[in-house]
Design a binder for this molecule. Structure first.
Ligand code: NAP
Length: 246
């Protein structure tokens, strides 16, 4: 009889949800999805789920040992650099195999007006140099970098960001994916002069980039943080193959 293997799946993304579904069909595999607990009403993956931080790389190391984890899949967002660094460190210490699902970044296309920003502080400085309302589509985190700029903002996020917040802003609480029509309407109705986006990649939030291109609106694109180099795949199928091979 085959022994059951346990995988810790670090999620909080659409890839995490899809992978939890797909791995649920693999025989002799126990999959524990992990969410940070940032949003109060998260989309829950199918199967076993744990919520909340581990307590840094030390805490994660302990969990890998105590729970006898056979493999870790990092399906976190490309901007979730702390958990990815902790997973790298904890897997190195415990010699537990680690795989990342990496979402290719978006690249500039003909008609795009992109301005590259090294981080959200840089993005704030660049965005403030444009006229019109500034649309922030960077999630809940990082909004404080825009506070020093006395401008009108539109903040779109799943949940309201925590203070400090800019003095003048309109909040659009929405969860993607968004259609091109949704995004055109948002940019036009809110009279957006410039869009600030993280280079998240993937198709779920790409339509804002297409709408900005169509309407000739500049986009300040925040570059991805540098993550540890780990074996990675870019599809659910490849991650399932890796898990089957454990
Ligand atoms: P982060 O800065 O890399 O992580 C901060 C801390 O949150 C980590 O040190 C860890 O706490 C905890 N954490 C993060 N992801 C976790 C997970 N999947 N399971 C358990 N603990 C986790 O991460 P973040 O940018 O705040 O993102 C948090 C979550 O939201 C992630 O699951 C990510 O996939 C998702 N998300 C992030 C973004 C984004 O733009 N950053 C966008 C969409 C979704 P301990 O040190 O205590 O273990």
């Amino acid at each position: 009889m085959n022994a059951t293997r346990t995988i810790l799946l670090l999620g909080g993304t659409s890839e995490g949800l899809a992978l939890a579904d797909a791995l649920g069909h693999v025989p002799h595999l126990r999959v524990v999805s992990s969410l940070a607990g940032r949003v109060s009403n998260p989309r829950l993956p199918s199967g076993e789920v744990r919520i909340g931080g581990f307590g840094g790389a030390d805490g994660l190391t302990q969990v890998l040992r105590e729970e006898q984890i056979d493999g870790v899949i990092d399906a976190t967002h490309p901007f979730a650099n702390k958990i990815s660094a902790n997973a790298y460190e904890a897997c190195l210490r415990t010699k537990v195999p680690l795989l990342a699902i990496s979402r290719p970044p978006w690249t500039e296309r003909v008609g795009d007006i992109w301005h590259d920003a090294t981080d959200v502080e840089d993005a704030a400085r660049i965005a403030a140099s444009f006229s019109g309302r500034i649309l922030l589509t960077i999630g809940r985190q990082g909004v404080e970098a825009f506070v020093p700029y006395d401008r009108e903002f539109v903040i779109r996020a799943i949940e309201a960001p925590l203070p400090p917040l800019p003095s003048r802003y309109e909040l659009r609480l929405q969860r993607g994916p968004f259609t091109l029509e949704d995004e055109r309407r948002l940019l036009q109705d809110c009279r957006v002069g410039v869009v600030v986006s993280k280079n998240s990649g993937g198709d779920k939030t790409y339509m804002k980039i297409v709408a900005a291109r169509e309407l000739g609106i500049p986009v300040v694109m925040v570059r991805r943080p540098v993550l540890p180099q780990v074996p990675s795949v870019d599809s659910i199928e490849a991650a399932v193959r890796w898990a089957r091979g454990l």
